[in-house]
Design a protein around this ligand. Structure first.
Ligand SMILES: [Zn+2]
Length: 236
C-alpha cells in the first residue's frame, strides 16, 4: 500500500468540516484500508470500538470497569456502555474537525444515537461511504487469502507470491486459514447482510449515503472517496 505523501495529505476540503465519516461494507471490501487512508489524508482520527474498549479498560474508567467483566466472560457489551465510550471519545479535541469510523455503528439504535451525539457537537450529518462489491468478487478476495507466520498477506488471484505457497519476504510456508474457507465466509457475508442492510436504508433515507464502487484496486477506490469528501460541503 502506498503511503500518503505530505503534499497530498490535508489537501481536501474536510479541514473543519465537522462531520463523521462512516464506512459501511462487507468483510473484504477494504473498509480498514480506506478508513486509514481517509484518516491520513484529512488528518482525522480513525476510531474503532476495539481501541475504545482497550483504552477505557487500561485507563480504568467507570465504563471500562463495567465492560471488562462482560468482555472477559465473552458476553455482549450493552449499547449503553459502547455509546458512552463513543461519546467520550468524540468529545476529545482531536475529533473536533471530524473523525473516521469503521466497524461502527452496527445497529439502527447505534446509528440513531451516533447521529444524535454528532448533532449535539454541532456536526453536520455523517458522510456514510457504502463500499459496494459483488459477492463473487468478495468470495475470491477472501478465499484467495494466504498468510505467512509473520503476517505477510497474499491473494492467490490478485496478489500471488513469486513462488507458489512461499512468502516472498521470509521464505516460510503460506497458510490458508480455516476462517477463510468458502463455507465460513458465506456465513459471515449472510450475517453481514442481515445486520447492515437496515443501516444502509436508514442512511439512504436521510440522504447521507454515498455508494462507492469498491471493486477496483485500493488506489482507484481511494480516489473516488477523495472526490466525494472534497465535494462535501461544511455544515451551516
Ligand atoms: Zn512472510
Amino acid at each position: 500500500m502506498a503511503a500518503v505523501t505530505a503534499d497530498q495529505a490535508g489537501a481536501g476540503g474536510l479541514q473543519g468540516l465537522g462531520r463523521a465519516v462512516i464506512l459501511l461494507g462487507p468483510p473484504g471490501a477494504g473498509k480498514g484500508t480506506q478508513a486509514q487512508r481517509i484518516a491520513q489524508r484529512y488528518r482525522l482520527p480513525h476510531l474503532s470500538t476495539g481501541d475504545m474498549f482497550r483504552d477505557n479498560i487500561n485507563c480504568d474508567t467507570a465504563l471500562g470497569r463495567r465492560a471488562k467483566p462482560l468482555m472477559e466472560r465473552g458476553e455482549l457489551v450493552p449499547d449503553e456502555i459502547v455509546l458512552g465510550m463513543v461519546e467520550d471519545r468524540i468529545a476529545q479535541s482531536d475529533c473536533e474537525n471530524g473523525f473516521v469510523f469503521d466497524g461502527f455503528p452496527r445497529t439502527l439504535a447505534q446509528a440513531g444515537d451516533l447521529e444524535r451525539i454528532c448533532r449535539q457537537r454541532k456536526f453536520g450529518g455523517s458522510i456514510v461511504l457504502h463500499l459496494v462489491v459483488q459477492p463473487e468478487l468478495l468470495m475470491r478476495r477472501l478465499t484467495g487469502r494466504r498468510i505467512c507466520k509473520s503476517g505477510h498477506i497474499y491473494n492467490i488471484y490478485d496478489r500471488p507470491p513469486k513462488r507458489e505457497g512461499i512468502c516472498d519476504f521470509d521464505g516460510t510456508e503460506l497458510i490458508h486459514r480455516p476462517d477463510d474457507s468458502e463455507a465460513v465466509i458465506r456465513e459471515r457475508l449472510l450475517a453481514y447482510d442481515a445486520q447492515t442492510l437496515p443501516l444502509v436504508d436508514y442512511y439512504r433515507s436521510r440522504g447521507l449515503l454515498r455508494s462507492v464502487d469498491a471493486m477496483p484496486d485500493a488506489d482507484t477506490v481511494a480516489e473516488a472517496i477523495r472526490k466525494i469528501l472534497d465535494g462535501a460541503e461544511a455544515p451551516q
